[in-house]
Design a binder for this molecule. Sequence first.
Ligand code: HEM
Length: 324
Amino acid sequence: MTDTMLSSHLARFPFPFREDTYRYSTNVEPARQFVPTEAGGWGEHVLDLDATYEAELTERERILRRDPSRCTVLPHMRVATWDALLTVLGELAATYPGQMSLHRDGTTYRWRNDLLGVKQEFVLGEEDSLPCDPLLFAGSQAQEDIVLLDQREDALWADAGLVTFAADWSLGFDVGMRFLEIHGPVPRVHEERVITRAERFLMRLEAGQEYRRTNWTMTVDRRLDTSTETYPEWGRDRRLVVTDPALPDRLHLRVEVQHLLRLPRSGAILFLIRTYLLSLTDLARVPAWRSRFASVLAELPDDLTEYKGLSHYRDAAAHWLAGG
Ligand code: HEM
């Protein structure tokens, strides 16, 4: 990364910790609010493109070629995928009006994305008018991963998605599951009713309401695809990195900015996950982040550390950040 890229990366990085300790909570807040940080700030838009835009879309294409199950749509979710496509393209056009536009003429839409040199005309609901599934097309224009939740039987069901950058889970495994079931492996949240409260909150979302939350973990190297399916490729690095002198360059804080929107036509919930990675070396350029993350890691309870997959290197990372 060049120095200019690094400073813009730091300036926009959504550093997630507002205190020196971390526990799970429902932590939702209205979308589109700018959050100032010690290095700059983030959060004024729902979708975010940055200098890694083309590289990440190329990586997404590569992952999908290898494993098409990363985009899975249950049959009753077709309408919701078109709804998601119009929302994603409309949002991109509104955020980047100089480079992108979406024009409507009856049921025909014209999409232009000058950043990728894409021009596409399509007819709403006609699958043949697009080169691929509507979710795949949305995911070829936006950096975010996408999950669609259906609401029925007084519950939410993750019934469609395009997820190439999962943090230690699998869309193929989770698709068709209820929200509560998906969160089954997460420690503490069930006793503390975090997940039932979140589901109640989401089921009350009205069309046009937009919320967001952050989540975090750590990843060895700039690896976006840490899906369960590719665990054999990245799992052992968690163990081996601890003895590598390059540990601060290899270990990354991984932050997800997650948006939650009720779609207007299908009534489905659109869950967008944008993943940001920052190495400890780069994070340490902001002294307040360095000391805060050192404290968070050192204090993180063992069950959360274990669930997040940090057990092998948590102490080493906290020690390095603390200047040891
Ligand atoms: C994991 C909370 C929305 C899918 C988690 C974790 C928490 C959480 C605390 C553990 C994360 C970690 O330590 O790294 C919430 C809350 C939500 C929400 C409070 C809404 C307000 C969603 C939605 C989906 C989702 C809409 C879409 C299906 C997942 C998955 C995992 C996860 C797949 C990983 C579970 C595993 O280990 O297999 N969530 N979540 N979450 N969440 Fe959510």
